[in-house]
Design a protein around this ligand. Structure first.
Ligand SMILES: [Fe+2]
Length: 222
């Protein structure tokens, strides 16, 4: 029988990872090629609720935790209909790939999300969609590109506050193993079902570059 005191306490690390997973679900659904007027409000409401409640939930606030349950469900309703994107493709295929241990799903998404946003935002229509998300969060910027960068910085701030690494190197993946497996992992990630709804097409070579950017924390200039 589970100790009732333990049963009612979700560990902070799991709270952080699942919260960032929900944020990724909502953001990917919002910019997906299959987004529609039914999924957009679900996604934006989920994003605003994660922004409002995740850090308090991480700190153990029970009413914030309740709100995060609702946000998770809203994000789930959004992506069940609009599908996801390459943040999830990368998380699915890198999660079990390395001998140093599994990269938890939500942690992997949290690491990749800012890199994917910068990659997808090379597409003008997608930049405008990310800028709308930034506006929903009350972020400031004098152009859509500035708003996209503000959104990426906001995600970096969440990761810092939630003790989530910012790169695969920081997570502890060994460089030689990462490089040895890079081309195969990139190929598998492009072939993941989530790649189909991503707003910008990606080749295996570009995916390898994106994974390298997420490993070293380098700029996404391609
Ligand atoms: Fe997910």
């Amino acid at each position: 029988m589970v100790d009732p005191a333990l049963a009612e306490t979700m560990p902070p690390k799991l709270t952080a990872h699942t919260g960032m997973d929900a944020l990724t679900h909502a953001i990917e659904a919002y910019v997906s090629t299959l987004h529609c007027p039914f999924t957009d409000p679900l996604a934006t409401q989920a994003i605003m609720m994660v922004d409002q409640y995740l850090l308090a939930s991480f700190g153990g606030d029970k009413s914030a935790r309740e709100q995060m349950h609702y946000a998770q469900c809203l994000a789930g309703m959004a992506f069940s209909n609009a599908l996801l994107g390459i943040t999830h493709s990368m998380a699915h295929k890198t999660g079990p790939a390395y001998s140093t241990g599994h990269i938890p799903h939500g942690c992997a998404n949290a690491i990749y999300l800012p890199f994917v946003i910068r990659f997808n935002a090379k597409d003008e229509a997608t930049t405008a969609r990310y800028a709308l998300i930034a506006r929903h969060l009350g972020l400031e910027g004098d152009s859509d590109a500035a708003l996209v960068e503000a959104l990426c910085m906001k995600i970096d701030q969440y990761n810092t506050a939630l003790n989530i690494p910012h790169t695969l190197q920081e997570f502890g993946i060994v460089e030689s193993e990462f490089l040895e497996k890079l081309d195969r992992v990139a190929e598998l990630a492009v072939g993941d079902a989530c790649t189909l709804a991503n707003p910008r097409k990606i080749t295996p070579a570009e995916m390898a570059k994106l994974l390298k950017a997420a490993y070293y924390g380098s700029p996404v200039d391609f």
